[in-house]
Design a protein around this ligand. Structure first.
Ligand code: GAL
Length: 662
């Protein structure tokens, strides 16, 4: 459990560096991330490096006892490089290059950029790989930010054709898999295939999904190149990348597989503003962020990180990039920091040390104001640093294995986006809503990929998952867990076709049913859902939204599954067969929570009803309690001397940590 900060020595006069380093250390900061946007200062002229300033900056930080997280600077190729190799610029869906003048202006498939990146990464890694102050690395910065995963350049299309050849071997196999006979879209060779863009009406969904898969693989390949260079020159120093919140444009599991640390950048207020949440929800959590949003991301990245995950950038005050940018309530920077540690973070690193008075992000807060006074977030960081000592003394950040797993998949997002059938069928939202229901019940959740080992879990929740691996049914069944499957699960093959046996396709072996029809629902339309036996669920009934699967028995006796809830028109809304629970729609929050509580009980998983303002997390012998609400929350039944932080009365934006001894 450490605190860090993001620092840009190149933004400030050298005369300030020593004082900055001293004050960081005094605040309780232990690691400093630098240089991810500094290429134009590292190599001001092609081939002529200027390391002097960076050598001195690292020496100053090291001398103050700070560890450096060194970055490769590839998120910002300098102007001279773009002028020499214009093919570095990504090509947008409009066929035009995206221009120099901000950042991330590169195409993952550009051969000249790949070579230039190899060169600068090697130069940085050679120079600093064994420097005693350099303890960690970060590759690039936020892969994919500003919609930069997909490019429609000739280089990308060329590599896409190779990717298709490797996947399908023959063009006949591709034509069959995609079903190109439809609308005379058949190809005679891989070289005839272009990017799925600029078509008259929607491009072919299988073509589009493959393009997304290809683009995702390009990110993984590019990151792997950097990791290999760093490892060769800087053995023993863990390599991280800073992923983004709820970002789904590439398969993060594949990229994280090449890293030591999956880190992510947490901006709870900006995220709330920019995501799908309804205006009243945005207003309610305006200055605190949604109680489950950062938490969801923590669990996503915890699951894919080999070493404890990090928050590489933590929001310290108002940001600049959302439509509206409120200030966090006093206490929130501390609460967000503790929430990360409660989920197992190894480091929380604030973005940034000092607000910059110039350029794009001049309205973005730092721990210090532009005139170099400690801001609210800076004071709260200092408090967290003190408290960390108490928590570490009580118990290191021991891991626990949750009893509950939520299966989270990137391809599902792409497929539903490409082929939604209902305009607001937004996969991350539904995954988040299931997660939030589990957290409302006080549960700790592991977020896992579809190919994860599932043994040991008691409850496995699968948000709508269109493509299921062939062995998924068997792995779910042998886990022994109660399994909840969202609508549209098993509804497509990997080639984006309807399964021959109709959905749930490969899951029919454990769920003997057949989805014979589906319908999507406008945002202002709901369908009543009536529980058949009305057991133990509060409120007892609710509504369905977005979608309906129409279910019937799979030709066998209807008794192969129990109908536990019906829509008002009599069609099954929730059925159960053995340990498998199939939800034929997305239900309102209260009904989802009620059903999950009941299923958790069948799984012998204990729940508590927390409502939506207080959250619990358990790690090792400690329980963390965070209050996002505006009322004091009182913890009963905890001995006075069990508290490591806080006490029985947890004020709004307050935190308590106590020894629960489990
Ligand atoms: C992140 C990015 C940082 C900075 C920050 C502002 O997305 O990695 O460089 O732009 O947002 O909130």
């Amino acid at each position: 459990m450490r605190l860090g900060v993001c620092y840009y020595p190149e933004h400030w006069p050298e005369s300030m560096w020593e004082d900055d380093a001293r004050r960081m250390k005094a605040l309780g900061i232990e690691q400093v991330r630098i240089a991810e946007f500094a290429w134009s200062r590292m190599e001001p002229t092609p081939g002529e490096y200027d390391w002097g300033w960076l050598d001195r900056a690292i020496d100053v930080l090291g001398a103050a006892g700070l560890q450096v997280v060194m970055c490769t600077p590839t998120a910002t190729p300098p102007k001279w490089l773009i002028d020499r190799h214009p093919d570095i610029l990504p090509i947008g869906a409009d066929g035009r290059p995206r221009a120099f003048g901000s950042r991330r202006h590169y195409d993952f498939s550009s051969p000249s950029y790949f070579t230039a990146s190899q060169r600068i990464c090697t130069a940085v890694a050679e120079r600093y790989g064994k420097h005693p102050a350099v303890a960690y690395w970060q590759t690039d910065n936020e892969f994919g930010c500003h919609h930069t995963v997909v490019s429609y350049s000739p280089a990308a299309v060329g590599r896409f054709r190779e990717w298709l050849k490797a996947r399908y071997q023959t063009i006949d196999a591709l034509n069959r898999a995609w079903g190109t006979v439809f609308w005379s879209m058949e190809y005679r060779s891989f070289d005839e295939i272009d990017a799925p863009v600029a078509t008259v009406t929607e491009a072919h969904p299988s073509h589009r999904l493959d393009y997304r898969r290809f683009a995702s693989d390009e990110v993984a390949r590019y990151n792997r190149m950097q990791v290999e260079i760093i490892r060769a020159h800087s053995p023993g120093r863990p390599v991280a990348h800073n992923f983004m919140q709820l970002f789904t444009e590439f398969d993060h599991y594949k990229v994280a597989a090449d890293l030591d640390i999956a880190a992510w950048d947490s901006y709870p207020l900006g995220a709330l503003e920019e995501q799908w949440f309804a205006p009243d929800v945005k207003a309610r959590w305006l200055r605190s962020g949604h109680p489950d949003f950062a938490s969801f991301n923590h669990d996503v990245y915890r699951g894919m990180s080999k070493l404890p995950f990090w928050v590489m950038e933590q929001q310290p005050g108002p940001v600049n990039w959302a439509q509206w940018n409120p200030a966090p309530l006093p206490g929130m920077v501390r609460l967000w920091s503790w929430e990360a540690f409660a989920h197992g973070a190894g480091c929380v690193s604030y973005f940034r040390w000092r607000q910059a008075p110039f350029a794009q992000e001049q309205m973005h807060a730092g721990l210090n104001t532009p005139d170099n006074r400690l801001d609210v977030g800076g004071n709260e960081a200092a408090q967290v640093a003190d408290e960390i000592r108490a928590v570490l003394a009580a118990n290191a950040n021991a891991a626990i294995r949750s009893k509950v797993a939520l299966v989270y998949d990137y391809e599902a997002k792409w497929l539903f986006e490409i082929h939604p059938q209902g305009a607001d069928f937004h996969y991350p939202r539904f995954a988040f809503e299931y997660y939030s229901a589990l957290r409302t019940l006080g549960l700790d959740v592991d977020i896992v990929p579809v190919d994860a080992a599932l043994d040991g879990y008691r409850l496995i929740v699968v948000p709508p998952l269109p493509v299921v691996p062939a062995d998924f049914a068997a792995r779910l069944a042998s886990s022994g867990a109660q399994v909840v499957l969202g609508p549209r699960t098993g509804s497509k093959t990997a080639d984006v076709q309807i399964p021959a046996n109709l959905p749930p396709g490969a899951l029919a072996s454990v769920l003997p049913l057949r989805v014979w029809r589906v319908e999507s629902m406008r945002p202002n339309v709901t369908e009543a859902v009536l529980l058949v036996d009305n057991q133990d669920v509060t409120p007892e009934d609710g509504v369905a939204r977005h979608w309906r699967d129409f279910i019937e028995g799979d030709g066998g006796p209807a008794a192969l599954f129990d109908v536990r809830a019906r829509f008002a028109d009599g069609h099954p809304a929730y059925v159960k067969s053995g340990k498998f629970h199939y939800l034929a729609s997305l239900f309102d929050d209260a009904l989802t929570v009620g059903l999950f509580a009941r299923i958790a009980e069948e799984a012998s998983v204990e729940t508590t009803s927390l409502g939506d303002t207080v959250r619990f997390s358990r790690r090792g012998a400690l329980t963390y309690v965070l209050n996002y609400g505006d009322q004091t929350y009182t913890l009963a039944d905890v001995a006075d001397d069990a508290f490591v932080i806080g006490s029985h009365a947890i004020e709004p934006q307050g935190v308590a940590v106590y020894r629960s001894g489990k």
